[in-house]
Design a protein around this ligand. Structure first.
Ligand code: SF4
Length: 472
């Protein structure tokens, strides 16, 4: 029986370190974990060396994300060996691969926690910190039955929708909060592992979302960022048809000085009523559209519909309905069957669409997805060259768009002092989403405060970013 140098039974510091990897939906899950731990009297530290409990909320939807998760876990396992802390691994890696396989791969880990166990994480770590010998033998073999963790079902059964009130948001001090409106996805894009990891669509009741938005608005949040795997399908499972437009209308009636931003809008689900609801002055004129590709054949092989012409028509309808609107797109290169012709159609689409922001992904051959059986992927070097060319085209578009905004006045949310640009603060207007788009560097001013809204004049650009001064 291996001793790990922890202080005697019961004398454990109730201090935890939580590392969150992946997307905003994982950040919301971590907020829930933090809430449960705080309720149980645990204190959070930003220094893993100080913690008696180390928790890693992993991401695993594609191979590069999985590699990063494993790398982070191994690094923290080394620290665990030094400090005697307990190491708990949670998140999508556990849901995708299950405890049995992960235990072989990562024997250093004390516990694997599935989505189902989040609500009872405090029980789990109480048990983990109780007298070691009891835990090492019996507990690991049983695989956390007490905490409601049933190893077998993890791999096959999706987690139920995370419940319980969230009292924290890791981004509230910057003035914005991610609000997860649904879990899982019922679409079947052929390259995607998420339906297997997160399960089918499970929408939160509107009243629950309304309460959460009200809760954070009362605590000073100035921007609510609605997230899900695909927000356009919100409510289809519980109300019988998509209800995003209704939800937006409902939330924009709430008291409070906040604006809404909606992320992850599958193009096929962006309906007229959603666009109409987004006309509200309290909703950012911002569309996050993961088009993935613009070639009809590639889209069909991806399990999607449309082509460059239908995509451009959708953008035209949106710009007609919403007026000046910022569009963020996500595109994937290297999907099996993509040849120079298909790539040329995608390049033409990017040049014509003139996105405000663009995320480029390289296709990842993921086991368990329908596309895994597809062959005929373009040579890696070719795909890299396509990514480089599209990045250059997009970078030029973004620089042009930035320079067109010089002289404008924009209402911005001030997030905080810039770590990147001394003497400046970082802020965002309606056209920049948090963490993924460009920013507005605001010249330092005594009157600036993080998490507040101010009017700024755009005086210059810094590459694709804007530079502004506070008005009034
Ligand atoms: S809509 Fe998004 S999450 Fe759902 S299957 Fe497609 S890519 Fe995956």
């Amino acid at each position: 029986m291996r001793s790990i140098g922890a202080p005697g039974p019961g004398k454990h510091k109730r201090i935890y370190y939580l590392l969150t990897l992946g997307c905003p939906k994982n950040e919301v899950d971590s907020d829930l974990i933090e809430t449960r731990l705080a309720e149980a009297g645990w204190r959070k530290t930003v220094s893993p060396r100080e913690a008696s409990m180390i928790i890693v909320n992993t991401c695993a939807f594609i191979a590069p994300a999985l590699e990063e998760s494993i790398e982070e876990v191994l690094q923290l396992a080394d620290l665990r060996a030094e400090t005697g802390a307990k190491l708990v691994v949670a998140g999508c890696m556990v849901a995708r691969y299950g405890e049995r396989d992960l235990r072989k791969l990562l024997p250093e880990v004390d516990a694997f926690l599935a989505f189902k166990g989040y609500e009872r994480i405090a029980d789990l770590i109480e048990h983990l910190t109780r007298a070691e010998d009891e835990i090492d033998e019996g507990w690991k073999k049983r695989g956390f039955a007490i905490a409601g963790y049933v190893p077998e079902s993890i791999k096959d059964g999706p987690a139920d929708r995370l419940r319980g009130k969230r009292l924290f948001s890791g981004t509230l001090d910057k003035g914005y909060v991610y609000v997860k409106i649904a879990e899982g996805c019922s679409r079947r894009c052929s390259f995607c592992t998420i339906p297997r990891i997160r399960g089918p669509l499970r929408s939160r009741p509107m009243e629950e979302i309304r309460e959460e938005v009200r809760f954070f608005a009362e605590r000073g949040a100035r921007e609510m960022v609605l997230v899900a795997q695909d927000c356009t399908q919100y409510g289809r499972d519980v109300y019988g048809r998509p209800h995003l437009a209704r939800l937006i209308e409902d939330l924009t009636c709430l008291e409070g000085e906040f604006r809404l931003r909606v992320m992850y809008l599958h193009p096929e689900g962006l309906s007229e009523d959603i666009m109409q609801a987004m006309k509200s002055p309290r909703v950012c004129n911002y569309l996050d559209l993961p088009f993935q590709h613009a070639d009809a054949e590639i889209l069909r092989a991806m399990g999607r519909r449309g082509d460059a012409r239908s995509h451009l028509e959708l953008l035209e309808r949106a710009r007609k309905c919403l007026g000046e609107v910022a569009v963020r797109a996500t595109l994937m290169l290297g999907f099996p069957g993509e040849d120079h012709g298909a790539y040329a159609r995608l390049r033409g689409f990017v040049q014509e669409a003139r996105f405000d922001w663009l995320a480029l992904f390289v296709y990842s051959h993921e086991e368990g997805t329908p596309a895994f059986s597809l062959q005929n992927s373009a040579w890696k070097g070719t795909v890299r060259a396509w990514v480089e060319e599209l990045s250059e085209i997009q970078d030029e578009i973004m620089r042009q768009k930035a320079s067109e905004l010089v002289g404008r006045e924009l209402q911005v949310l001030v997030e905080g002092i810039s770590a990147e640009a001394p003497g400046f603060w970082e802020a965002r207007s309606w056209r920049e989403a948090p963490e993924v788009d460009g920013v507005i560097f605001v010249h330092d001013s005594q009157s600036l405060r993080p998490g507040t809204c101010r009017k700024v004049s755009i005086v210059s650009t810094e590459g694709i970013d804007l530079v502004g001064v506070v008005k009034g």
